[in-house]
Write a new protein. Sequence first.
Lengths: 101, 166, 557
Amino acid sequence: MMSQMIIANRLIDGLVIYMGPKGEWVDSIDKGAVFEDKQDAQRWLIMAQQAVEDSVVVDPYLIDIDTGGGENLPVGARETIRAFGPSVRTDLLEDAEGNGG
Amino acid sequence: MGLIKEGKLVNDPFKNVSACDTVPAKGPVIVSIDQWIVRRDDLLKRSSLIGIWLKSDEHPEAIAGDLVHLSLIALEFPSFRDGRAYSYARLLRDKYDFSGEIRAVGDVLLDQLHFMVRSGFDAFEVESEDPLGAYNIAAADYSVWYQQTGDGRLSAAELRDKGVRR
Amino acid sequence: MYRYDEFDHKLVQERIQQFRHQVKRRLSGELTEDQFKPLRLMNGLYLQLHAYMLRVNVPYGAITSRQMRKFAHVARAYDRGFGHFTTRQNIQYNWVKLEETPDLLAELAEVEVTGIQSSGNCVRNITSDHYAGRIKDELADPRIYCELLRQYTVLHPEFSFLPRKFKIAVTGSPKDRAAVALHDIGLRMHLNDTGKLGFEVLVGGGQGRTPIIAKTIREWLPPEHLMAYVEAILRVYNLSGRRDNIHKARIKIIVNQMGIDQYRELVDQEFDRIKGDAKGIPEAEIQRIKAYFAPPEYEELPDFTDKLNTLRLTDKTFDLWMSSNVAEHKIGGYAIVNLTLKAPDRVPGDITATAMDAVADLADEYSLGEMRVNHRQNLVFVDVKQVDLHSLWKKLGPLELATPNLGQLTDMITCPGLDYCNLANARSIPVAQDINKHFVDVDRLIAIGDFTVNISGCMNACGHHHVGNVGILGVDKHGTEFFQLTLGGSSDEGASLGDRLGRALPQEEVPAAIEAIVDTYIDTREDDERFLDTYRRIGMVPFKEAVYGSVDTKVVA
């Protein structure tokens, strides 16, 4: 079943983040808010623009998500790689201190 | 917006009419290159100072022969990423020996101040709540540079040659 | 090796200070992303798929062991434990944090390394021959002029906002190991009729969407006029290059549009105006820089070749490595050792922090504390004593730095691709790894001989696919990765662009296609022909038929 999420880079460290259910920003795709309704998604994207103006995030956009398997899986290679790390080094999603992932 | 000339916040004596239909009878004016071409004789008959506003695709060679009549050239940055004005300024100073005011107008980003100064600009329209403050911060950014640009400031190589130690 | 004096240090410190302040203004919102982006790019900081990527210059590919240790430290302290060497002799870190970048740059500055102008619409890293100063076929050491050009172009007031990026490469040898014909300005040192050393100046080369081999704008230019001539080229480009479309903004486009003759006329006019000026680099400055590149104090060593040959007879793997990775040094008793970062199961061009530290130690022990990186993403130790070759080789093996594949099929140039890069359409690294799995037999690789495979994940061609003997370009067809192959490219003094083989192939068919191409070459080659020679002799048809089963490649055989 096709839904959407909002993805962006966090300004301060560049890491990939997702808009969460309360309009906060989360670093794991499974914690992100899933929008079933396209208009809903557009509304939240406008709110994400505020985060751009507040210098919190850069380049937020909507991505298509398949929630069929019980997980949030991006449709398409680019967003899959953004969510789970380089296909050749998935160990790298954690940073040096073991955060993220 | 403030005009910084030779490191000081000054009032602008020039009236920019480059986008207007009429040119006032008296007083220093800045006109567009088209207005200059059309109204050249009238403008020369006035006893006031004349400046020309060049857009980024207007090469100063078009007015090279008339520089003796001009006190000011305003070089426009439509976006600070459009770097043609740096070459225009260099050519005005080095090739055409223009010694009047070269003013940076438009999207003037003070992070580029050193580039502009060393290319021959000596006046800047600064968009800021504190134009002089912002200017002074930017002016202190660099004290060393590698290239000579004909502005007389010594490059690192020249300083080394003179045996100057930092 | 050039060493910073207080002027160089001061300039870099001031640049870092300015950047620190710019980062602060960005984080506070005083600068928007639109305003900040060109500023951070001019320090080499990109925002990529996963995080910020920092590109660090390695001027003309030269690295000291001290710098390599700092690269390792940065990888550990600011990144995720590794770095990536690129096709422009730079190193990239993929996971840096914006707020930490000023500190990172300050640390790099301690060892005289910067990210200044590694991106942005300005003159980028000046690249060169990785054997500079050490190889017999060289007429003069190009690094002196690279350093002069580096200083000339860093924070140049007039040329920091060009229509687009600008890349310069220099070779001091008629054997072009720096791909100069694929650069915006290429400089080839050579002797004129009276035996005087000067530069052939080439202009308007490049890859990307519109690959073009550079054209000669000046047959021979005396070295004392180099800066003035480069200035004239840059000034004409700054004023005439297109600014309406970023895909048409490089100098190659305007040179093609005007024609080389008209471009030359404009440049020569400007050059004639400025060359007579008293301004120019003081002779003392040229001599000062030359002194840094003086050859080291070599020992008088006997030739060790016979003893090496004996060793080679007793150890096949050592023999293989000697054949492929070791080049002849101009000084007797010494050798040049290539360390390919292309081990079969590794990501091409990547190197871990641990390996970086180990390489630094080995450089100290075996190669006078210095090394080079080349545009094929490999490292080079340029001053190894022949008598040390075997013991060095034994230490390189466990580090996976002794893969005997220099210039062979598995020594692939591979861009980071969709695994890392925002611009990519397809992943390039898995393609390289796949091909590696199919070409395991070392004897076969030797039999194939010189064979370059270059892989790019998009049309920007950072993997130099246009000039690979086999080029592979990743494309996106309706959300699936496909790969377009080209044949017959070359980046050396006989530079040529590859020809399209046929319709793009899905990823799983690429290794078999390479096999078919290789088999066809082996079957048809004459004498000692390299693949490139065979291709140039017999043309595309036999290869098309081998890969697609017919000349009409749209038909799926």
